[in-house]
Design a protein. Sequence first.
Length: 415
Amino acid sequence: MPLDPARTVAELRELRELTEDENGAQRVAWTETWERARGWLRERVASSGADEEFDEAGNQWFTVRGGDGPALLLGGHIDSVPNGGWLDGSLNLLAGVEVLRRISDDGPPPVDVRLVNWADEEGARFGRSLFGSSAAAGSMRDQAELAKLVDRDGVPLPEAIGAYGVSLDRALEARRQLEGAGAYLELHIEQGPVLESLDLPLGVVLGTFGVERSRVTWHGQAAHAGSTPMDKRRDALAGAAKLALAIRAIAAEVGGGAVCTSGGVVCKPGIVTSVVETAEQLLDQRHLDAAELARLRTLAEEASRRFAGEERIDVAWERIWSIEPILFDDTLVGFADEAIREVSGTSHRLPSGPLHDAAEVSRAGIPTVMLFVQSLRGLSHTKLEDTRPEHLELSVSALDRLAARTLDWLAGGSR
Ligand SMILES: [Zn+2]
């Protein structure tokens, strides 16, 4: 079948009918509604003639057989958060189905073309995101902790996934799916406001942000709120407050899309009649460039020591979590730019704040790129999530052009 992007929009609406209630999408992984959605997806793919296979991590693979050589992978996730939107994850898959149809219509492809429906991207039921893709990438290393997770109703994770034939002991065997993969492409809604603010339908994702999370503990002296003159105070909160504002200028100085958030401050003793003795401040800093991310943290540390001096208080830094930036493949970023320019005239490159399955695949060493399509009002993970139908159609066309270029590249043995 020739590419028919309008069919993708119709199928997204059909999935919505099948798996939404008045509060939004309810395709939470490891539930009956999710299973119904997977069965429905199977029926949609059938017209492409692809074979279906489930791997040990619960990922659903569809393969259109082609010649020998590194396979082309397209991916998405049909699971949603509770009360989720109609496009997050499912657009990727249904656009991929349309591309599979077009490719199989053209005759056997030069290499295998595979569409993967990753299991439990959202982690909505057990609080662990990227389950299936991290298993396939081999980066799932926390089986012991996963085994202890229980859902809201007290059902343990091993029991819930066991009902779908998945066990933690064998999940990493899904790694064989990425052996022999040549490239991975993922279309996703932006889930943010950037493309809408630029009035552009589509963008190329350069990679996912690296993250530095720190606990900054300020220590002063508790003192009576009535009897302590202003110039005699050692107020821990003053340091936290100065830093919370200073990170704005630091993000602006470093630039390149840097974001910094002072997400919370806990004060002790925390009563209205005392100067604050300790203030524990949580800081989240993100950048696409590892060196610039390090600079964000260094500049904030330097500023904090200056504020500690001004306020005659102490400050201590502790790293609570970090992840390196993940940069997508240069060649594929170039192909994505060309594909977007062909269908909509102008391309734009942007980083992704959220992590995606694509980041796991990229970490596994597979050349990867993502396309973003504009999200209205930047909303996602809510039933208000939306994208204009004409933009959805453009995104299907762009993914198809990108897939065609990538197939040529893989078939040409140029890598
Ligand atoms: Zn998603």
